[in-house]
Design a protein around this ligand. Structure first.
Ligand SMILES: CC(C)(COP(=O)(O)OP(=O)(O)OC[C@H]1O[C@@H](n2cnc3c(N)ncnc32)[C@H](O)[C@@H]1OP(=O)(O)O)[C@@H](O)C(=O)NCCC(=O)NCCS
Length: 179
């Protein structure tokens, strides 16, 4: 397996991977929502504000995640949002998701990112070091439907302190249904 950073000319493969994975795990509506999100993220996000990370096997993408900037207006730390993440169904549960995220976090560390946030299942993301954070201590861009899934990971080596919002996500995430 090979890990790729910002692979060029593979946007349609990214979109299919996310759409298929989320359709299988959570149904057609969620597959469409996440497929649309990934299409917009790849098309509309300024290049400095997005990193795409993927795992490839025999020339085919089997897992991917996207990292985009999350700006906290009154805080000078650099923060990125890790979302969405997908491993194709036939390769789930083999450690690929954790390896992919660890690779993405190394990229963030090398880019001097201070904090990575994510929004998902704490029992999975805690395996790669994420910890739950209250909305008051890292104000999300929109009200959260699942506040228990709001998670943070400090990369800077500095002790954690609350992020001072309000926060702004990249344009493709500006949809309350995603939060
Ligand atoms: C969630 C997902 C990215 C995990 O990737 P993966 O390669 O299957 O996971 P890994 O094999 O690296 O790790 C699995 C471990 O996390 C745990 N885990 C917790 N929540 C999980 C979840 N929702 N899905 C899979 N594993 C989960 C498993 O129990 C397992 O623990 P173990 O190693 O102690 O047995 C992948 O299953 C996926 O794409 N699911 C569908 C899409 C999705 O839900 N994405 C958003 C994630 S919030």
């Amino acid at each position: 397996m090979k890990f790729l950073l910002n692979p060029q000319d593979r946007d349609p493969e990214f979109v299919s991977l996310f759409k298929l994975t989320f359709t299988q795990s959570e149904g057609a509506a969620e597959g469409d929502l996440i497929g649309g999100l990934v299409t917009a993220l790849l098309a509309d996000t300024p290049k400095d504000d997005i990193h795409t990370v993927a795992a490839e096997m025999d020339g085919t993408l089997v897992a991917a995640c996207i990292l985009t900037e999350l700006l906290f207006k009154n805080d000078n730390r650099c923060v990125f949002l890790l979302a969405p993440v997908a491993v194709i169904p036939e390769h789930q549960g083999k450690g690929i998701g954790q390896q992919l995220i660890s690779y993405g976090l190394d990229v963030m560390r090398k880019g001097d990112v201070d904090v990575v946030m994510t929004y998902g299942d704490p029992s999975f993301y805690s395996k790669v070091g994420f910890e739950w954070v209250a909305e008051a201590d890292a104000p999300p861009p929109y009200a959260l439907q699942f506040p228990q899934g709001w998670l943070r990971l400090c990369l800077s080596g500095q002790p954690w302190s609350a992020l001072k919002g309000p926060s702004t996500c990249v344009g493709a995430f500006s949809n309350p249904a995603l939060w």
